[in-house]
Design a protein around this ligand. Structure first.
Ligand code: ZN
Ligand code: FE
Ligand code: FE
Length: 160
């Protein structure tokens, strides 16, 4: 990676790959979710994720680049771990708890990447890229917050 511009493009490709993987995984998670709220959250985040892919494509276009992903070992690892948690859970309730945790790991990865991409778009003067990347970042934060509220609700229900 010779300079920040190259690193920026690399990170864009990394998250593009990650978003596509996430879009493939979310329907499976929605199908396996026991609670209707969680199912709905996965379905609505799938719609948002498809929007993220489209927004990234506009950023590539803006930079005069072809939209293309590069393998992201981090998201592959996070999703693989999620798969393990899901397949090993002995009941629906435990599986839901595991899926919330796995999905939050995904959101946190996305948040760190988009946070960096926004900062670098500013540094590099890619003015048109800032807003779409910030919009995605906001949706990732909101998705994470929603998952946190589900996790808390579960704890409260258990305590009651
Ligand atoms: Zn996303
Ligand atoms: Fe990555
Ligand atoms: Fe996300």
């Amino acid at each position: 990676m010779k300079d920040l511009q190259e690193l920026f493009v690399h990170f864009l490709r990394d998250i593009y790959y990650a978003e596509k993987k996430i879009a493939k995984t979310l329907p499976k998670m929605a199908r396996k979710a026991e609670s209707a709220d969680l199912k709905e959250a996965f379905e609505s985040h799938l719609e948002e994720t498809e929007g993220h892919i489209a927004k990234l494509e506009t950023v590539f276009e803006l930079l005069g680049l072809k939209a293309r992903g590069v393998t992201c070992a981090a998201i592959n690892g996070i999703l693989e771990e999620g798969d393990e948690i899901i397949s090993e859970a002995e009941n629906g309730d435990t599986r839901d708890a595991g899926m919330i945790a796995a999905a939050q790991a995904v959101e946190h990865y996305e948040i760190t990447r988009y946070g960096t991409l926004v900062a670098w778009a500013k540094t590099l003067g890619h003015k048109g890229a800032i807003a779409p990347l910030e919009e995605i970042l906001d949706q990732e934060y909101a998705a994470d917050k929603k998952l946190s509220s589900f996790a808390e609700k579960r704890l409260n229900e258990e305590a009651a």
